[in-house]
Design a protein around this ligand. Structure first.
Ligand SMILES: Cc1cc2nc3c(=O)[nH]c(=O)nc-3n(C[C@H](O)[C@H](O)[C@H](O)COP(=O)(O)O)c2cc1C
Length: 210
């Protein structure tokens, strides 16, 4: 099983790297899954600009850059979305990347990990992301943990260094959530296999009467 860890910040200096490294460290302890970081900075995606929405366009011909992102998303069985909060929402770079998706992520579970450099842990962004991934057909795990003061929780290598009760809670909750994600992905796999991966929505030929 493959799990993609989507790093939602593309800033040249970013707290998100520590969070990702921590998730990866914890993920390595979970049997039965290979975890890979999908770093939005590395993809260098253009601004989304397609005439027809991806979900309604079977004849789509994306650029190689976009194809690479779509292929990596499609090849994963589950996702961890690591997102900061920018102005009470998810970063534009993450929303832009998600806007490219058609059915690549459909039917797969997603763990949402928000973080911030303050006590709120980016929870508003996490909630917003929950709605967006649902629209894209993913199953967001019901539980998540907003990582408040991530700059104190982790050092630059992603080692959990916070010795308070909060640090202890994170050390228990995150591995548990990652295990949950893998178990959900295993359970959803057979259901997903029965469905075609690309299902354009039927288009009404005339507007429905009011
Ligand atoms: C443009 C911008 C907007 C921000 N808006 C919020 C916000 O609405 N809520 C919040 O808790 N933190 C906010 N922050 C602070 C972030 O939590 C903090 O900068 C964090 O390090 C961002 O993650 P990154 O370094 O991985 O990009 C904002 C930061 C930036 C750069």
């Amino acid at each position: 099983m493959k799990v993609g860890i989507v790093l939602g910040s593309s800033r040249s200096v970013r707290l998100g790297e520590r969070v990702c490294k921590f998730i990866l460290r914890e993920a390595d302890k979970v049997p039965g899954a290979d975890f890979q970081i999908l770093d939005l900075r590395e993809y260098g995606l253009p601004f989304y600009d397609e005439a027809i929405p991806p979900q309604a366009n079977p004849a789509r011909n994306p650029s190689r850059t976009v194809q690479r992102w779509l292929a990596d998303v499609a090849s994963a069985d589950a996702y961890v979305f690591v997102t900061p909060e920018y102005n009470f929402g998810i970063p534009g770079v993450l929303k832009n990347a998600l806007d490219f998706l058609a059915y690549e992520a459909e039917g797969k579970p997603a763990l949402i990990v928000s973080y911030s450099d303050n006590v709120r842990g980016g929870d508003l962004a996490g909630q917003e992301l929950r709605l967006i991934v649902s629209k894209l057909g993913m199953f967001p795990l019901p539980k998540s943990i907003p990582l408040g003061h991530a700059e104190r929780l982790f050092d630059e290598s992603g080692v959990l260094v916070e010795r308070s009760d909060w640090g202890a809670r994170v050390s228990i909750a995150v591995p548990r959530l990652i295990s949950d994600l893998v178990r959900y992905a295993a359970a959803l796999g057979p259901i997903k296999a029965e469905n075609p991966t690309f299902r354009p929505l039927p288009r009404a030929s005339a507007p429905a009467p009011l």
